[in-house]
Design a protein around this ligand. Sequence first.
Ligand code: PMP
Length: 401
Amino acid sequence: VSRFEQVTMAPADPILGVSEAFKRDESEKKLNLGVGAYRTEDLQPMVLEVVKKAERKMLESGENKEYLPIEGLAAFNKATAELLLGADNAAIKENRVATIQGLSGTGSLRLGAAFIQRYFPGTTVYISNPTWGNHMNIFNDAGVPWKHYRYFDPKTVGLDFEGMMADIENAPDGSIMLLHGCAHNPTGVDPTPEQWEKIADLIEKKNHMAFFDVAYQGFASGSLDQDASSVRRFVERGMEVLVAQSYSKNLGLYAERIGAINAVVSSADAAARVRSQLKRIARPMYSNPPCHGARIVANVVGDAKMFDEWRAEMQEMAGRIKTVRQRLFDELSSKDKSGKDWSFVLKQIGMFSFTGLNKAQSDNMTNKWHIYMTKDGRISLAGLNLAKCEYLADAIIDSYY
Ligand code: PMP
């Protein structure tokens, strides 16, 4: 008998488990709209041309495989903070930004969570309801207490702004608010610029701190600057923030695990101390981060021509998603005779559509139609093409009614 007898079976991951089930399905009709990973119009994974170019350059220059420093590649850390805040941002010029390379968005959030656990013990992190499923796991595993704030109103299929503001107001002073920088996952519903201003006002008044999760910069609107405007608004007001970044989506570097945690603080001195402590958290967890993705980002951002090529490819990806979003809306509107308003599909931002399908309806999508999606009703439009929009609309309408 094994000494591991008491180890019970863990449940499948609600997102990555969907891909595992998809692989097992032998139907020709099958469609994977679970994981948020970009596919071409032929539904194939894609490596950006600019990434291949950077990799060729890296191979030719014959860089070695020595360890990076604990905080990661210096050229990457500089580039990533500048992409986030803008190169001429005062906080960067005043050395008030502590940036540590992390293991993509997830690993960077995890570093931030560990930092909160250590330096703000007992402070509750408020997370939108709903949110990306892994947020809860990350704070749970870091031993950080968390609660939900209201975010989504199923009736309007839009932002529950009043509920959100009330929950921020009623949280104890000095709480931490986890905010999606853009393209909220899973709802695709973002606050307007005016609403962001009010959120910032209230967070400042309550002496809360914002922790931004920026997983889709450039991917939501096609513009890196526009998608970072929420974060920049807080920083320009002189508010201290934590920001996790990911290059999984916008550079398609999913498997390279490249991202960063940034602490924008009020003095250079505080930034140096925070950086030193973030390094201290990283060292016993994984020692130092991988170099390949960091070099790709540093190369692309550091070369004006490649940077422009990246922006063009990003716009192309964002554009393809908008095209299938429109087609899906057209199909739903013309096929559904009930008079239901499907315009929320068009209003949602980013990679996903939050369909409003409940768990049983989502199960029908999978069991009857071989369409794989998360059970919260989210579908990844990045895994859809024009040819499959009609089939998807039939499946959604069948599952709804
Ligand atoms: N945050 C959000 C909101 C996300 O949607 C994702 C990716 N699904 C991540 C963080 C992190 O992804 P990664 O670890 O691949 O960067």
